[in-house]
Design a protein around this ligand. Structure first.
Ligand code: TYM
Length: 329
């Protein structure tokens, strides 16, 4: 039996990378599986936190995830902070996780940058909380983009060590689900940098709230090289911007890059970009309209999140109790 668990940080807008890398898979997986999806608000406080902004971002992200197609009748949608099991299990797992393991986490190195001594303890321990998020629910599958793969491996290492140390088969080992063509959507301004909420240039990403004109403009201005598209995907090697745009087209139309190039190979970007812009608009525009509708009904958003939290608390309770008992607490 599958149990799907995943989360997203409520920091600003959702972008095309989040959507194609993760949320679209969430929506697809909820058709046939038991799913729990949450807003990782406890993770959001590990960097500078303005409470009023966070409160607004949480509602905005709830509206966005629902607009993207998460159906609260099928999936359990909630906020991490509403389910104390996340923070509790995180503390228990801090006894199992090793400092050497956390020292290898590339996301901490990127996010702390040059000021490592000044980073919060939470930013360092972040992956242990992520392991708790997953293990508390006995998740079997975790749909994420490629940048979360290392955190998933850590969650498996923590689960294995806990089970071994305490001689109990308590935690399941979760499998990451990473989409082939959209594992890592890159910035529109730099094909070697990930599309990201924290990039200062809004032109680097497509937001789910962008309207059709804005999307067409961003694709038109996207960085490219002067060569036409190749017919052979192997020739995208060394052309990161071309590779990214072909990957986006492939993901949006559920094809492989080879299939996209079979149709568009030989075209220049002047021809390819308007086509790409249109398929992006077709996907994003209906979502951005629904975001506005959900945003208008904050009471309904709060009701959905409260109901989700109640169900999530019930599902996590036996595993949390099992962890306390196994540790002699
Ligand atoms: P976050 O909020 O940064 O991103 C949410 C999801 O979007 C994916 N993603 C991308 N996929 C493809 N291309 C991109 N450019 C791109 N940018 C982001 C991420 O891989 C992620 O799946 N730590 C997590 C949140 C989290 C979580 C969890 C996820 C907390 N607990 C437990 C899974 C399970 C994060 O910061 O994702």
């Amino acid at each position: 039996n599958k149990r799907v668990v995943s989360g997203i940080q409520p920091t600003g807008n959702l972008h095309l990378g989040n959507y194609l890398g993760a949320i679209r898979n969430w929506v697809r997986m909820q058709e046939e599986n038991e799913c729990l999806f949450f807003l990782a608000d406890l993770h959001a406080i590990t960097v500078h936190n303005d409470p009023a902004t966070l409160r607004g971002n949480i509602r905005e992200m709830a509206a966005t995830v629902l607009a993207a197609g998460i159906d609260p009748a099928r999936s359990i949608l909630f906020r991490q902070a509403h389910v104390p099991a996340h923070a509790e299990l995180c503390w228990l797992l801090n006894g199992t996780a090793r400092i050497g393991w956390l020292n290898r986490m590339t996301q901490f190195k990127e996010k702390s940058g040059k000021n490592r001594e000044g980073a919060s303890v939470g930013l360092y321990a972040y992956p242990v909380l992520q392991a708790a998020d997953i293990l508390a629910y006995q998740a079997t599958h975790v749909p994420v983009g490629e940048d979360q793969k290392q955190h998933l491996e850590l969650a498996r290492d923590i689960a294995t060590k806990f089970n071994t140390d305490f001689g109990i088969e308590l935690f399941m080992l979760p499998e990451p689900i990473i989409p082939p063509a959209a594992a890592r959507i890159m910035s529109l301004r730099d094909g070697t940098a990930k599309m990201s909420k924290s990039d200062p240039s809004d032109m680097s990403r497509i937001n789910l709230t962008d309207d059709a004109d804005m999307i067409m403009q961003k694709i038109r201005k996207a960085k490219t090289d002067p060569e036409p598209l190749p017919e052979d995907p192997a020739e995208l090697e060394g052309r990161p911007e071309a590779r990214n745009l072909v990957g986006i087209a492939a993901a949006l139309t559920d094809r492989t890059p080879a299939e996209v190039l079979a149709e568009h190979g030989g075209q220049g970007f002047g021809q390819f970009k308007p086509m790409l812009g249109e398929i992006v608009v077709t996907t994003i525009e209906p979502i951005s309209k629904r975001i506005a509708e959900f945003r208008d009904d904050p009471a309904e958003l709060d009701r959905i999140l409260a109901q989700g939290a109640e169900k999530a608390r019930e599902i996590a309770a036996p595993t949390l109790a099992g962890a306390y008992a196994a540790m002699g607490l």
